[in-house]
Design a protein around this ligand. Structure first.
Ligand SMILES: Nc1ncnc2c1ncn2[C@@H]1O[C@H](COP(=O)(O)OP(=O)(O)OP(=O)(O)O)[C@@H](O)[C@H]1O
Ligand SMILES: [Mg+2]
Length: 285
């Protein structure tokens, strides 16, 4: 799994490989004259408004909003989609290297279960490795799971707890989590997400249906990047795209960050500075 190896990306040496030009998009009513970000508008199906603020990281702008938007992993997505629409969602354990769509998938499931207006009310998203410890996590879950919540207008009143970075929990915390899951199974589904499934205790694994998110195949990354290139009205050569796909190495987040960083660093050094710091830190890590 390439990303788990923490491949460093030689950004400086690949300059020549990634040939990207930018067509200036025609000015529309969505951008004002000074290029200030327009007001954020809620848009269905994960399509962020074109011309949205230049500073928006594309990984967020193009985060899949529905299961259909998730690239690759068709078997997994079809199975999870079926279980979701039949209201038979088990506890889930989604694992695999970074940037493969685990978080995006469960967020899309939450939207499908509860609808865009209720999904935040019915979902608790936690970082399982919370610095404050399992007690805080337990209390938050307890508060959430024991409060009656209604999915107004929806047929599903089972709540969803998403525990990201579950592999960073100590063994004790995981045993504690096992008891929490048992206690609230009646009205709550848990989705554990991690990179390394081997760090999850068997007692937790056996309570969940496991899905492995493999690194994305080059063809899937290419298709997704082409879609974004089209939406952003960019001019990217085939060689440039191939180089990005290769550098991304199956990590869609990385590929998208490289594409955006390249585009911004070519269009405006200050733009690159503006959003480059975090991305560069990530890409060069
Ligand atoms: N399968 C995918 N289809 C479409 N976009 C994807 C996919 N996987 C990742 N992305 C892009 O990468 C971003 C990060 O994806 P996501 O948060 O789902 O990854 P993850 O698997 O949860 O990674 P991590 O293990 O680092 O938390 C998304 O916002 C999206 O832009
Ligand atoms: Mg994630």
């Amino acid at each position: 799994m390439p990303s788990e190896g923490g491949m460093a990306t030689p950004m400086e040496t690949d300059e020549a490989e990634v040939g990207i030009g930018i067509k200036q998009p025609p000015r529309t009513s969505k951008t004002d004259d000074e290029g200030k970000p327009p007001k954020v508008k809620l848009v269905d199906k994960g399509k962020a408004p074109i011309g949205e603020t230049r500073g928006t990281p594309w990984v967020e702008k193009y985060r899949p909003k529905t299961l259909d938007d998730v690239a690759a992993h068709r078997d997994i997505i079809d199975t999870i989609g079926r279980l979701t629409s039949e209201n038979r969602l088990p506890h889930l354990l989604l694992y695999g290297p970074p940037g493969t769509g685990k978080t995006s998938t469960i967020l899309a499931v939450a939207r499908q279960l509860y609808g865009p207006s209720q999904y935040q009310n019915m979902t608790l998203e936690l970082n399982a490795s919370d610095d404050r410890g399992i007690d805080v996590v337990r209390n938050l879950i307890q508060d959430f799971a024991s409060t009656q919540r209604f999915n107004f207008g929806g047929k599903n009143n089972t709540k969803l707890v998403i525990l990201d970075e579950a592999d960073a929990m100590t063994k004790d915390a995981q045993f504690s989590l096992r008891r929490i899951i048992e206690k609230y199974t009646r009205n709550t589904r848990f989705c554990l997400i991690c990179n390394y499934v081997s760090k999850i205790i068997p007692a937790l694994q056996s309570r969940c249906t496991r899905f492995r998110f493999a690194p994305l195949a080059p063809v899937d990354v290419t298709l997704r990047l082409r879609h974004i290139v089209q939406e952003e009205r960019l001019n990217v050569t085939d060689d440039g795209l191939r180089a990005i796909v290769r550098l991304g190495n199956g990590d869609m987040r990385k590929a998208l960050n490289i594409l955006q960083l390249r585009v911004y660093s070519r269009s405006s050094p200050s733009g690159a500075m503006f959003l480059g710091v975090n991305m560069a830190r990530f890409i060069l890590a």
